[in-house]
Design a protein around this ligand. Structure first.
Ligand code: URA
Length: 434
């Protein structure tokens, strides 16, 4: 077999065999196939697509390029949840404890912030002492003992994807549905997930801008799961405006804590319930979504979800005193609430601008090596569709630098668009792909 023939075959819009895909991925991971051939192949895939069978073979080839975790000795169903990324998306911090409290163990490997999207690990590391570097043995032991883990990737999972993703990033080949779907799903399969709830974000602050794109990505991932003998369901949810109010690491952690204690923003709680009910049904803890929702609400109101969160923090070395009293978590030196400059209906709160502003304040990284400032970020006080009176609190900036605060004020005022006529609120979920 020769790499060039596989590139030509895809260029000619033909379907690749499993053996050809395996040869290509193995050769690329081992360094036998150079970057320039892998780039040409990625571009041919971007232009000509892949069938669900090809996409699944690519996913499995990348998954098998490193360790394959087997969680079956510890949990009967290995549930996972994955969001394609967004602004203010602290859903994992809430749904993992709820699911665990309902009797569905959740062992989740998460990522750090990427671009203007936040990352679960950075949020959890706002807690002094919290470790995101568990070994595979520690991961399995904790999942078995307390039924909940939120950590970084353990072991060497899907190294082919790591190498290929870095190449796609610099060759204009990230935006190919089969490549995105296989990249995400290869990591899920390698981490041992057997049932996966996917949260595909759509809108100004998301990878996918249109319903058609989001639907195609969601369907591709659900098909991969089924062809690989896993269960999956994908929500297509809104990311035009930030999710909840808080954007920034400790601020989001505080909002997640409030939500676990029944005091979070209503739209964020509803989104968490939408996600967790799919997890509980897929995990066979509930037969219907209605039953799952009722179990989740009971776990919240009865305090069991909060108790699981405390067990998680304590087991991973975090100081629970900080989550029991969130005022002790990192707090910015400059906190300023900006009033609405006019009266009217909010027609847009641009999630991307809010995310970029939070990164500019220090909540995210410009390069991989940058340290992040856990304390800084933004609180958005109103939602699209709200009528706001001039002078009402619109947003609050948490900064550690006066100049940055001033620049953030300008960019956040620009993120809010106004209408004199009533505006419909944005839906939370547009569709579910099963
Ligand atoms: N996230 C991933 O893990 N891979 C992609 O290709 C895109 C987003």
């Amino acid at each position: 077999m020769r790499a060039v023939d596989i590139i030509i075959k895809k260029r000619e819009k033909q379907e690749l065999t499993k053996e050809e895909i395996q040869f290509f991925i193995k050769g690329y991971t081992a360094g036998d196939i150079p970057d320039y051939q892998a780039s040409a192949w990625a571009m041919a895939v971007l232009l000509n697509g892949m069938t669900p069978r090809e996409t699944t073979d690519l996913t499995l080839a990348m998954a098998h390029s490193g360790d394959m975790l087997d969680l079956s000795p510890v949990v009967p169903i290995a549930i996972d949840k994955h969001s394609t990324g967004g602004v203010g998306d602290k859903t994992s911090l809430v749904v993992a404890p709820i699911a665990a409290a309902c009797g569905l163990p959740v062992g989740k490997m998460s990522g750090r912030g990427l671009g203007f999207s936040g990352g679960t690990l950075d949020k959890m590391e706002s807690i002094p002492g919290y470790r995101c570097d568990l070994t595979t043995e520690e991961f399995l032991h904790q999942l078995d003992e307390i039924g909940i883990v939120l950590t970084g990737q353990t072991g060497d999972l899907a190294p082919a994807d790591g190498k290929f993703y870095a190449l796609r990033d610099v060759t204009g080949t990230v935006e190919a549905i089969p490549l995105i779907a296989s990249s995400i799903m290869s990591k899920k399969l390698a981490s041992g997930a057997t049932a996966i709830v996917l949260d595909v974000k759509i809108g100004l602050g998301a990878f996918m801008q249109t319903q058609a794109e989001a639907h195609a990505l969601a369907s591709a991932m659900v098909k991969i799961a089924h062809l690989a003998d896993r269960k999956a369901v994908a929500l297509i949810s809104d990311m035009n405006q930030p999710l909840g109010c808080a954007v920034g690491n400790a601020l989001e952690l505080k909002e997640a804590i409030a939500t676990l204690q029944g005091e979070g923003p209503a739209d964020f709680l509803t989104h968490c319930l939408d996600v967790v009910e799919q997890m509980l049904v897929l995990g066979e803890v509930a037969k219907t979504e209605a039953e799952a929702r009722s179990l989740a609400l009971d776990a919240l109101s009865g305090g069991q979800a909060w108790e699981r969160f405390l067990a998680l923090v304590s087991s991973q070395g975090g100081d629970v005193a900080y989550v029991k009293d969130p005022s002790r978590l990192p707090t910015a030196s400059l906190i300023e609430t900006i009033p609405a400059p006019r009266s009217g209906y909010l027609s847009q709160i641009n999630a991307k601008t809010v995310g970029v502003t939070a990164v500019f304040l220090g909540a995210g990284r410009a390069t991989k090596e940058d340290a992040i400032d856990y304390a800084v970020g933004v609180e958005i006080h109103r939602r699209v569709g709200d009528y706001v009176e001039k002078g009402d609190p619109l947003f609050t900036i948490h900064a550690n630098d006066r100049q940055k605060l001033e620049e953030a004020r300008i960019s956040l005022l620009g993120a809010h668009l106004w209408s004199d006529a009533p505006v419909d609120p944005l839906p939370l979920v547009y569709d579910i792909v099963r």
